[in-house]
Ligand binder design. Structure first.
Ligand SMILES: NC(=O)c1ccc[n+]([C@@H]2O[C@H](COP(=O)([O-])OP(=O)(O)OC[C@H]3O[C@@H](n4cnc5c(N)ncnc54)[C@H](OP(=O)(O)O)[C@@H]3O)[C@@H](O)[C@H]2O)c1
Length: 268
């Protein structure tokens, strides 16, 4: 498969899905701008990208801070020319039980997941519109389709991302700038390593990144995967709310009885 973009920026590139996307795009010969907060980890990912045959550019920044994102984007453009594709992948969760709801936790998760994505897009969009060419990719989640106890804020931020992406996609029609929404299911990464329950249809990160790159190359509008979990979620969405509430509540009370409620998270 030939990847259609030369200069790609990835947020959340220091770990999990972002780091694997960077390595695989490096192997396809891309110049990859690596954006995340931890410089030392970014350096290690950069070495991987380089040994795979790509050109890494380490761009430490906090995606929640628009000025930092703009400076990072400017550094990549100055060194390697216009950005063809921005993959907004940085994400965080805020597992809370019912006694721990807090404005700070909800604000933090929305700042990284939703504003982190829009900051990344706004930093590259004017240049893409001027060139009449570009690709914005947002990593949302299958969790965006349903609310789950203890992760209401995370799922809500992912839903906000998905809806924002849909609006942008339609609005940018005819401008030459494409928008792709990616909704993964459970992928084995540091984010899900802490989950203590069985994750249905769990994928390894290499397979997930390969599928995401294929979806981006095909400029898919929306890519929900893996298909089997996506079908289960669709069934859940079609279920009457009282059945859904009872089934989910029963599952969670069983987990509580086994003493896992406090530590688990449902992030996907
Ligand atoms: N794993 C799954 O099952 C799954 C399923 C569906 C969707 N997703 C989504 O996929 C994306 C990647 O998840 P992952 O599983 O690869 O998680 P991960 O291994 O925990 O990686 C998260 C990445 O986001 C970066 N990040 C977090 N806050 C940031 C901030 N304020 N500024 C800049 N970078 C920040 C982290 O880097 P630093 O800490 O160095 O800043 C890290 O590189 C997330 O958006 C997640 O919601 C994951």
């Amino acid at each position: 498969m030939k990847f259609p973009h030369r200069v790609v920026a990835i947020t959340g590139a220091s770990s999990g899905i972002g780091a694997e996307l960077a390595a695989q795009l490096g192997a396809m010969g891309c110049t990859v701008g690596l954006m995340a907060r931890r410089q030392d980890v970014l350096d290690a990912v950069g070495r991987k990208v380089e040994s795979a045959g790509g050109t890494p550019v380490m761009l430490p920044c906090d995606v929640g801070d628009y000025e930092q994102v703009k400076r990072a984007v400017a550094r990549l453009v100055d060194a390697h020319g216009p950005i063809d594709c921005m993959i907004a992948n940085a994400g965080t969760g805020c597992p809370v039980n019912r006694l721990e709801f807090s404005p700070e936790a909800t604000e933090a998760v929305f700042r990284t997941n939703l504003l982190g994505m829009t900051n990344a897009f706004y930093a590259v969009l004017p240049a893409m519109l001027e060139r009449k060419r570009g690709h914005l990719v947002g990593v949302s989640s299958l969790a965006s389709y349903q609310g789950m106890p203890q992760d209401a804020g995370y799922a809500a931020s992912k839903a906000a991302q998905r809806i924002h992406l849909e609006g942008m996609r339609v609005e940018l029609r005819g401008t030459g700038v494409d928008v792709t929404t990616i909704c993964p299911g459970f992928i084995r990464t540091p984010m899900t390593d802490k989950n203590e329950f069985d994750m249905p249809v769990l994928l390894d990160v290499e397979t997930a990144a390969r599928r995401m790159i294929r979806a981006i190359a095909k400029r898919k509008r929306v890519y929900n995967f893996p298909r089997r979990l996506w079908w289960l979620i669709r069934i859940g969405m079609a279920t009457p709310r009282w059945v859904y509430d009872t089934a989910v509540a029963n599952r969670f009370s069983r987990m509580g009885a086994s003493g896992r409620t406090q530590k688990r998270s449902t992030e996907l």
